[in-house]
Write a protein that binds this ligand. Structure first.
Ligand SMILES: [Zn+2]
Length: 370
């Protein structure tokens, strides 16, 4: 068998890396630079060497195999072809297609979780995203669940929880609760993709809402991944379409919420005599007669403009405390209704999403009304 013997004597078998979907890559796709030993994860008594990018990690096969059926299969494959396996310091080598920073985040979650990812610690979005991608790829359920918990905390299905987390990202006003994750406004794009990847549908309405509020250029072209100048996070063309389509509802909501908040009816316990009704009349007149450049009503952020007091503008009339509270309540109610309609705007089904009034006929957001 001359062909077989020449192959086995010339070529050194090695483990092919995995692509982002967990499929093995061919040898032509592997980079073969001499790897650098990682400062943090190079245990002298480690039993397996993982190479990601140009960094080698010497860690414990058993610990990784315990947590990941994918890695368990990979290591078993190496064992089957021993001794014809690439070795470093007496350890078999597994080359992975992951970025070294992402793999390091994963190894921290496995080998030193209490040093890096305690529940009370704030973690960056890029780390959470890495843990979700690799936790999903290597089927590490507890790592995936923990990281998804942080993502769901930032992109909550509860309006006030989400709004508080949103403020921490977008506003100079800090969020009330300690965030479990820091993020940039543009991280909403990767959040949508991670939700799509893992089926975490409860993340989608608020993340898509935030995407719809991004500049159109960012929405279309995507954003470079934090700390990785080789990867751009982009929405699928279907999700871009959803965001662009939803904008017409969001701008309508912004307009209608403002109109309804200043409806010219004072609270029945109004103490302001004629001032309150003058205020409402004046506001409505302003909205009716001025262009969008003056009224500022042509916006998509119907859920996130600061508060009802902005609606007062520079009005000369004082509003009594009772009417102010009434206006606040009108505004709160409007925001809640918009929140309930978000999944419909973006064409996503989210089991358990709040419904402001089960008895109301659900609105239709099909193509026919666009
Ligand atoms: Zn009043």
């Amino acid at each position: 068998m001359p062909e077989q013997s020449s192959q086995s004597s010339k070529k050194r078998p090695r483990t092919d890396p995995f692509d982002d979907r967990g499929h093995r890559l061919g040898s032509s796709e592997c980079e073969q630079k001499p790897p650098l030993r990682d400062d943090e994860f190079w245990f002298k008594d480690g039993t397996i060497v993982l190479i990601a990018g140009n960094v080698a990690f010497r860690v414990y096969e058993g610990l990784l195999a315990r947590d990941s059926s994918v890695l368990r299969d990979l290591f078993a494959g190496l064992q089957r072809v021993l001794p014809n396996v690439e070795m470093i310091d007496g350890c078999p080598v597994a080359r992975l297609s992951d970025r070294s920073e992402e793999l390091r985040s994963l190894l921290r979650a496995i080998l030193s979780p209490w040093g890096y990812y305690r529940p009370d610690q704030t973690v960056s979005f890029s780390v959470v995203a890495s843990l979700i991608r690799l936790g999903h790829k290597y089927r590490m359920q507890h790592i995936l669940d923990n990281a998804l918990g942080r993502l769901k905390g930032r992109f909550s299905d509860k309006l006030e929880t989400w709004f508080d987390a949103w403020k921490g990202t977008h506003d100079s006003e800090p969020s009330i609760s300690r965030p479990s994750m820091t993020s940039r406004p543009t991280d909403a794009i990767a959040a949508v993709n991670l939700a799509r990847l893992t089926g975490a549908t409860s993340v989608l309405p608020s993340a898509l809402y935030e995407c719809a509020n991004l500049p159109t250029q960012t929405l279309l072209q995507g954003i470079q991944r934090d700390g990785d100048d080789t990867t751009t996070d982009r929405l699928s063309s279907e999700d871009v379409e959803r965001c662009l389509d939803a904008r017409k509802y969001l701008v309508y909501d912004y307009f209608l919420t403002t109109l309804r908040a200043v409806a010219p009816e004072c609270d029945e316990d109004c103490e302001g005599d004629s001032d309150c009704s003058s205020f409402f009349g004046d506001r409505l007149e302003f909205l009716r007669t001025k262009g969008h450049d003056k009224t500022g009503l042509c916006r998509y952020d119907s859920l996130t403009y600061r508060n009802v007091f902005d609606l007062r503008g520079r009005n000369i009339y004082a509003l009594c405390a009772t009417c102010e509270a009434m206006m606040e309540e009108r505004h709160r109610r409007e925001r809640l209704e918009i929140w309930c309609r978000l999944p419909g705007y973006f064409g996503v089904h989210v089991p358990g999403w709040p419904d402001i009034d089960q008895s109301e006929e659900p609105a239709s957001y099909s193509d026919s009304d666009s």
